[in-house]
Design a protein around this ligand. Sequence first.
Ligand code: BGC
Ligand code: BGC
Length: 616
Amino acid sequence: MKRRQHPSKILFFFIVVPLVLLAGLAVYVVKPFFFSPTPADVRYVSVCETTCPETHFPYQDPSLSTEERTTDLMQRMTNAEKIGQMALIEKNSIKDSADIAKYGLGALMSGGGAKPDENTPEGWLHMVTAFQRVSQRTRLGIPLFYGVDANHGHSNVPGAALFPHAIGLAASNDPALVRKVAIATAEEVAATGMNWVYSPNLDVAQDMRWGRAYETFGSDPKRVGTLGRASVEGLQSVLQNDSRIAASAKHYVGNGSTEWGSSTNIHFSMDQGNSKISEAELRRMHLEPFKQAIEADVKSVMVGLNKWNGEKIVFHTYLLTDVLKQELGFKGFVVSDWYGVYENEWDRYHALVKAINAGVDMVMLPFDYAYFSESMHHALANGDISQTRVDDAVYRILRAKFETGIFDHALPEVVEEGRIGSLEHRELARMAVQKSLVLLKNENTLPLSKKTPHILVAGSAADNIGKQSGGWTVEWQGIDGNWIPGSTMLKGIQDAVSPSTKVEYDLAAHFNDLQGLADIGIAVVGEKPYAEGWGDDAHPTLSLEDRETIARLKKQSRKIVVVIVSGRPLDITADAKDWNAVVAAWLPGSEGAGVADGLFGNVPFTGTLPVEWALN
Ligand code: BGC
Ligand code: BGC
């Protein structure tokens, strides 16, 4: 016979115990929100109302060593000033620009497409200059880091020279070229007053369904390491006007091995996901490139939004402190990624405590700095975060600021004529495009004769600078059309051929009054721009539209050349056998004419695949 539970026992186990547990949990989570508010004189930074009195502190003296300067500045700082240095805010989240001084903020940024009101190089310079001026209205006048994603040139700024995305540069496998591209990028960034970029991307992409594969130098850790190092060297080199910018190696670590379906973002599949790999594999595949970046003295490392065996990297003391800082000897500062400390965390206070204690030095909040400041004051006051940890974080950030020279170099007053998208940079970009081309298939077709009598050109990417530039171009998710300067592939073809050649173009290959077959049909097809998890794709392939265009073009031409514009290998196994030649052009950027240089033999095809691409 079943024994019946006494009703009071039921009450106890099913109601009282859960209630007590819940109440305990609530107190734990909510307690920090009842922090006795930090008094204003402790919480805020001392601001000079009009102009600050001139000071002559040792840290302002460029003849002293970086160590002497950093130490001198540190010993003058209040905790409010230190906490401010650890905050990175997206410029659109600054409620009142006076807050930059009030909270002594250390760094601002533009996310993809976060542009100034006037989206011109001058507009960017004015915006950054105005923010820096506010930072100078503080007792210690510590300048801001202003960070931006300059993934393939200074790509938020219309008019900049846009280089091939990393996957294309990787196909060149040419470190000297990558270094030059990085220097040109740094020059354009510095010309608009910014001093920090969120590149290079050192993820080692293992699965081409990932929407960020094109931001990487491919799937071979050696290639990623060599090119990543060249990129760091170029980005951080001393520029013509004697200024420098800081680079950020990202995303530490293992981001390229996340599993399909493991993303914690409901819109994504792989991005922001989990990698299930052994430590040996993590080290062999993903750590190597970071070692090289550290040897090249990279000033910052950005922590990924990913997990390793179920644990978020941003909370991973072993990876951030033991491996990165101690074992690899990283002397720069660790910055978290976009909202990465708080994402999916219902207990934000303890998430912050965990991340800082794990080794994060600067938090890309990127929104609520008032809450961050209050939490940090509270955590320091009650010992959740030690003074030593905060001092280490701030020391790292300030040292990077001194090393980059931003205390000593005034911002440019105007954007020097010809600096942005200069002819020189465009020529370099065109050369980079030439070297990035990979000849996937060629049945006695390429190079084409410049005297070919009749050429048809078609396809969604033939006449579209937006498409050929991919994501992270003016907008986070890229743009459509020909409204930024550059050359399309169609233009390149038209310019390459002899005066006697007839080139006809129709996007969808409806050439209605053709008489007989054309000699050559060139289809330029591929992916629409995307960024991050929005590009996660279970089966990257050509669109039905593109395939129909190619089929139409084939019927109207003796031979057909297909140029694929994409961030990754597309599955073309069903169709490629019908095509005479196939060229992978990746995402070439603004100088599409470089593709025609390859097609018409101005340069040989020298690119090699940085990732696997099966044709059958
Ligand atoms: C991306 C980073 C990027 C940052 C700032 C994040 O979502 O993961 O790669 O640097 O945003 O735009
Ligand atoms: C920003 C990007 C950022 C992304 C993260 C976007 O709104 O523009 O820079 O990487 O959010 O989710």
